[in-house]
Design a protein around this ligand. Structure first.
Ligand code: MF3
Ligand code: CO
Length: 287
């Protein structure tokens, strides 16, 4: 339970009969827990829409596996993402989002996230690259990213970072339990990163997704010391830990206002998926 008084988010419409779900959430709310607003518990039609969006989003990341190579630019990747998305009847969510100029984020080596694809940025053998793609299909949003190793291999240090970052995502997803709390995720991720000698970025978090690009709850990937929001079946959110080889501290490139870089300029790795909270655990809607 947080020390602050939590907002009473769960409001049952006037005159509506209380469902079993209402009773269960209200019980947590009465005990002072942070519970989601009712609109975050999605119905079957909404989940089906996000699922379809997630299929296209996953198709983009799969397509890139066969395309990423030394000598190409991150602008080339952006074009591939945009063309694939549009040809599947979908829209790239980043394009024009808060003024973001491209269709995906490409974050190379010491870039943590939100790197802007550029015709002047050429991939080199041994680079580690995160491509973050987000798709709108039929009004529904999905969001996922993977790491790509450019060329045949990278250094053992970067390879281990990429692997442990993926483990952090998987461990975070396993820690998400229905009727548990959002911070269960971050606590599990931070423990795994730290025991591997890595740090976890604090300035950026996962988020609710599906009806909007970014919604409640914030999904922190480090140990905040708070409990976070109650996880109710039907909620959809991302987990997207950014794991750094050195310090967790980051800065934003002043010139473009987007690119997030590690303070010590050591490498960073990130993997992201969109998850549906079910009665059995977190189900990946991207993969
Ligand atoms: N997965 C990233 C996020 O949720 C996608 C950012 S796209 C951008 O932050 F347009 F906001 F950069
Ligand atoms: Co995201």
């Amino acid at each position: 339970m947080g020390r602050r008084k939590n907002k009473k988010n769960w409001v049952v419409p006037r005159g509506a009969e209380l469902t079993e779900l209402d009773r269960r959430v209200l019980d947590f709310q009465e005990r002072g827990c942070l519970v989601p607003p009712r609109r975050l518990v999605l119905d079957a039609e909404q989940v089906a829409g996000i699922r379809r969006s997630g299929v296209v989003n996953t198709g983009i990341l799969d397509m890139l596996e066969g395309e990423v190579r030394a000598g190409m630019t991150t602008e080339d990747i952006d074009r591939l993402v945009r063309e694939f998305t549009l040809s599947h009847g979908a829209t790239p969510a980043p394009l024009g989002y808060d003024g973001f100029p491209k269709s995906c984020c490409t974050s190379l080596n010491e870039v943590v996230c939100h790197g802007i694809p550029s015709e002047f940025e050429v991939l080199e053998e041994g680079d580690i690259l995160n491509v973050d793609v987000s798709t709108i299909l039929g009004g529904y949003y999905s969001d996922a990213s993977r790491m790509y190793i450019v060329g045949d291999s990278t250094s053992p240090e970067k390879e281990r970072l990429v692997r442990v970052a993926k483990e952090c995502l998987d461990i975070g997803a396993q820690a998400a339990r229905p009727w548990g709390f959002v911070q269960d995720i971050g606590r599990a991720i931070a423990a795994h990163a730290n025991r591997n000698g890595y740090s976890v970025v604090r300035d950026l978090c996962g988020h609710g997704v599906g009806l909007k690009f970014h919604d409640e709850p914030d999904v922190d990937h480090y140990d905040t010391g708070e409990q976070g929001m109650l996880l109710v079946p039907g909620m959809v959110f991302t987990i997207e830990p950014m794991i750094n080889m050195g310090t967790w501290e980051v800065f934003v490139d002043e010139e473009d206002g987007w690119t997030v870089v590690t303070e010590d300029e050591l490498p960073s790795a990130q993997w992201e998926h969109t998850f549906l909270m079910t009665e059995d655990g977190a189900e990946a809607l991207t993969w």
